[in-house]
Design a protein around this ligand. Structure first.
Ligand code: SF4
Ligand code: SF4
Length: 57
């Protein structure tokens, strides 16, 4: 999953939806812990298109 910080509005929606709790919001930054299985839940919920699982290596 790719995160584009310049598109993020820090709404926190992705943090709540990750089943592995890999996403954390720290001030104006989303921290992504390793272990993403590209389930796509955060990608779907992001209103600003800041998360993109299709560009995952
Ligand atoms: S793609 Fe799924 S596992 Fe990866 S960070 Fe998003 S919600 Fe979590
Ligand atoms: S859902 Fe999108 S805009 Fe909201 S905090 Fe997550 S990456 Fe940023």
């Amino acid at each position: 999953m790719e995160y584009k910080a310049d598109k993020c509005g820090y709404c926190g929606a992705c943090v709540a939806v990750c089943p592995h709790e890999l996403l954390k919001q720290v001030e104006n930054q989303i921290i992504i812990t390793e272990g993403c299985d590209d389930c796509g839940k955060c990608t779907i919920v992001c209103p600003l298109g800041a998360l993109n699982s299709e560009e995952c290596p």
